[in-house]
Write a protein that binds this ligand. Structure first.
Ligand SMILES: Cc1cc2nc3c(=O)[nH]c(=O)nc-3n(C[C@H](O)[C@H](O)[C@H](O)COP(=O)(O)OP(=O)(O)OC[C@H]3O[C@@H](n4cnc5c(N)ncnc54)[C@H](O)[C@@H]3O)c2cc1C
Length: 333
């Protein structure tokens, strides 16, 4: 879409089993900033059939309007029907910007919607601004995190972006707020797929950029057997294992677990680093993590400069103690 008067910022909120996902509140905060800069309205869109409570939460974080799209007729999540519902609404309401979370759901839907509306998509963004000429200016890492690229779309509308979760601290907006709530009844679209159920992902198989907790090990771990203890800690914390390049080079973990310039980029809520020095090649892949805990026996290790919490000591002892304590806690429950 490219002609017409495009106005307003939209964010797609995500809920699972009636619970608003953290990324939704983050998106509302991103959207609020953009809408204030543009002096436009912020609308949150939410799929669900009984979502008034969730709508008031979105309002508290800064949404001016909440569209609740009744998804009962959409039969779970056949992507075609969700895309159809969103593209119909976007064609009617002509928002200037639409933001999605960089989650499996958001990435899937954003790319389908961009293709349907024949507009561009800036994916995996880590910062969003408004340029002086009123365009969405979306920043995303490129070349394995070595550079940041700024992406603008001056030609087609709406401007669509997916935003990496965990970058912004979601905080309620100032003052009393009461968003206008609009219920949308979409028409079911023809679909070639149907959802038969949802299975919670095993944290072990999660991609590093989707994990909320990462337990990472480096050259300070002295054997493959001890490295495997990281798996146990990750399991107890509901997270997954990551590594610096050293354990990968030793063949203890596959390359897809490597974090850093030549590995993955991740921004989990909690990043635990056992025996990792904090080389820039590693930290460029995880520096946006919310809480960083570093365990190293060298108090001058560079990683401590980035840490929210640092423990100077033997990483094997601390690993064993943490596992033991967490096992006790889970046995008590
Ligand atoms: C072009 C290029 C790309 C690269 N890409 C990546 C990348 O993507 N990811 C990456 O990680 N690296 C990458 N590297 C390698 C990087 O430069 C470092 O060599 C690597 O990150 C070091 O890993 P490390 O800190 O785990 O190991 P080491 O450098 O061996 O450090 C081990 C740390 O553990 C501590 N330690 C030792 N024993 C213990 C103990 N018992 N208890 C507690 N602490 C202990 C030490 O004090 C030390 O700080 C790249 C390098 C280059 C040149």
């Amino acid at each position: 879409m490219s002609e017409g008067n495009y106005n307003g910022v939209w964010v797609l909120a995500e809920q699972r089993l009636g619970e608003l996902q953290e990324v939704s509140l983050e998106l509302v905060c991103w959207g609020r900033k953009l809408a204030d800069r543009l002096n436009e309205e912020l609308s949150a869109l939410l799929f669900g059939d009984n979502a008034a409570g969730l709508a008031s939460e979105l309002s508290r974080y800064g949404a001016d309007k909440v569209y609740i799209i009744n998804d009962r007729p959409l039969m779970g999540y056949p992507p075609e029907t969700y895309t159809e519902a969103l593209s119909t609404l976007a064609t009617e309401q002509t928002p200037g910007v639409i933001l999605f979370g960089g989650t499996a759901f958001g990435r899937d839907l954003a790319s389908r919607l961009a293709a349907r509306l024949k507009t561009g998509l800036a994916s995996d963004c880590t910062a969003l601004e408004v340029s002086d000429d009123g365009l969405l200016s979306a920043v995303r890492p490129v070349y394995g995190g070595q550079l940041d690229a700024t992406i603008i779309n001056p030609v087609t509308r709406p401007q669509i972006a997916t935003v990496r979760p965990g970058i912004i601290d979601a905080k309620p907006a100032k003052g009393e707020r009461k968003a206008e709530i609009i219920t949308v009844e979409p028409q079911p679209a023809a679909t070639r797929s149907r959802t038969t159920g949802f299975i919670k992902a095993d944290p072990k198989t999660l991609r590093l950029d989707e994990a909320e907790v990462i337990v990472a090990g480096g050259g300070g771990i002295d054997s493959q057997e001890r490295f495997q203890l990281l798996e146990e800690l990750a399991k107890l914390l509901g997270g997954c294992v990551g590594a610096s390049r050293v354990p990968v080079d030793k063949g203890w973990v596959p390359l897809e677990k490597q974090i850093g310039q030549t590995g993955n980029t991740a921004a989990p809520k909690l990043y635990l680093a056992f025996g990792i020095s904090g080389s820039i090649y590693h930290t460029m892949g995880m520096k946006d993590s919310k809480v960083i805990v570093v365990i190293n026996n060298d108090r001058n290790a560079p990683f401590f400069k980035l840490a929210d919490m640092g423990i100077v000591g033997d990483c094997h002892e601390i690993l064993a103690a943490l596992i033991q304590r967490l096992r006790e806690i889970s046995a008590e429950q």
